[in-house]
Ligand binder design. Structure first.
Ligand SMILES: *Cc1c(COP(=O)(O)O)cnc(C)c1O
Length: 435
């Protein structure tokens, strides 16, 4: 694994991104692999030339692009005409009528990133952007500090792009997340500690090894990939913004970038201005952002995670304060739910819509339900709920809560008896009789 060459090349004249800018003090930086302001330690964010974007991008130019996140390439921080495109993005926006009826809503949509490509989570978006930029900056080894899905995405897309890959995960992740990383052949470091400890270690490695860490030194580029969750929903709703969105919060990045995506589409005239309400979902066992929101604080106090929703278990969330600010100024909410409610949320989405999500999605559905019951989502609002990961990766979370198959002999009368019992008793009760 070789050292990265970090030279700033002159931007091509077609490039629409202009600099890295500190979100706190406004200091600007060259477009290199760096993520923290040297003056105030604030996070850096990519800036764009919006007048150029307004002049060159139309609904038609976007629709003529590929059926992936790269149809929005002018809004993403890469220069190349040939980004790493593994079919990421343009996931279904499903009108969820049965779930809506169950909850008492009129117009509910599910943005289904449980079927995103290639690794069945929203992380494929951020990694496609980060690795395309990593290649432009000359990195040959890419890495990440992951709660699971990010390791899957980084390993898979690095394999496709022919980049060396070394990922860091907490050692206690779900089996599906570990296997779903190892299969692509990266080096996997299972760290005996929680995500926040993994992240701290990775900050040191990033400094000493010159690797491209997608969510550390490449974070300003990486995080821009989440804006596509906003763009796609706007385009799929017929170039309109919804009234209310509900999304999960780990670091708070995805949530903040959906907001940025909507604002950009308004700014360049692709959609009409609208005040979209932003509501966020956390697991009670790791809810530092929900706590800050509830207590009216504008700082986030770190916590030690303890929840089955491991993919969103970040105790010290980098973009937590921005998420609180967005929820507050859009008249939204940030709520948390316990592990039992998360499992119920997974089952509810599966049984009403045929979508099997992981614990993060269960958290989001359970919070959606809680917000509706508390009168915090108006039944008339067009509401979009973001489902960010796939249930097949976190099977242990629902094991024991979904029953077992009815085991029968290969005979018609055995089948008929089982069917009758299941009708009179209900499937779950019949299973109890069997055991
Ligand atoms: C990483 C992740 C999130 C949230 O990510 P942030 O941008 O850090 O808030 C949500 N859902 C799933 C499934 C994830 O893997």
């Amino acid at each position: 694994m070789t050292q990265a060459i970090q030279t700033q090349t002159a931007l091509s004249s077609a490039a629409t991104f202009t600099a890295l800018k500190c979100k706190e003090c406004g200091e600007e930086y060259e477009l290199k692999a760096t993520h923290v302001c040297e003056f105030c330690f604030g996070p850096l964010e990519v800036t764009y030339d919006y007048s150029k974007l307004s002049q060159t991008v139309t609904r038609e130019t976007i629709q003529a692009g590929p059926n992936s996140i790269w149809r929005y390439r002018p809004f993403l921080p890469v220069e190349t005409d040939t980004p790493i495109d593994v079919g990421t993005g343009m996931t279904p926006l499903v009108q969820a009528n049965r779930l809506a009826r169950r909850l008492g809503l009129k117009k509910l949509f599910i943005k289904n990133d449980a079927v995103n490509m290639p690794t069945l989570s929203f992380k494929d978006r951020v990694v496609s952007v980060a690795l395309t930029r990593a290649r432009e900056l000359g990195f040959s080894t890419v890495s990440c500090a992951s709660t699971g899905n990010l390791a899957n995405s980084t390993a898979a897309i690095a394999a496709h792009a022919g980049l060396d890959c070394c990922v860091f995960i907490p050692a206690d992740l779900e089996a599906g997340k570990i296997l779903g990383t190892l299969i692509y052949g990266p080096t996997v470091m299972a760290v005996q500690g929680n995500y926040d400890q993994v992240n701290r270690l990775c900050c040191e490695v990033a400094n000493s090894h010159g690797w491209g860490f997608v969510n550390i030194n490449l974070r300003p580029y990486y995080s821009e990939g989440s804006k596509t969750l906003g763009y796609e929903v706007a385009e799929q709703l017929g170039w309109q913004l919804p009234d209310h969105i509900v999304a999960p919060l780990a670091s708070g990045s995805l949530f903040s970038k959906i907001y940025k995506g909507f604002q950009e589409f308004i700014k360049v005239g692709l959609v009409e201005e609208k005040a979209v309400r932003f509501s966020g979902a956390q697991a009670e066992g790791c809810s530092p952002i929900a706590q800050a929101f509830r207590e009216g604080r504008d700082f986030v106090t770190p916590v030690k995670p303890n929840t089955i929703a491991k993919s969103i278990a970040i105790g010290n969330p980098a973009d937590g304060v921005y998420a609180v600010d967005i929820a507050r100024k859009t008249n939204g909410n940030i709520e948390s739910v316990n592990d039992a409610e998360i499992i119920e949320g997974i089952k509810l989405l599966a049984e009403t819509e045929g979508i099997f999500t992981e614990t993060a999605g269960g958290t989001t559905i359970a919070v959606l339900k809680k917000l509706v019951e508390a009168g915090k989502i108006d039944p008339e609002e067009t509401t979009v709920t973001y489902i960010t990961g796939n249930g097949l990766k976190t099977q242990e979370a629902v094991q024991g809560y979904i029953g077992e198959p009815l085991t029968i002999e290969p005979k018609l009368d055995s089948f008929e008896r089982a069917l009758e019992r299941s009708h009179t008793l209900g499937r779950l009760e019949w299973q109890q009789v069997l055991v």
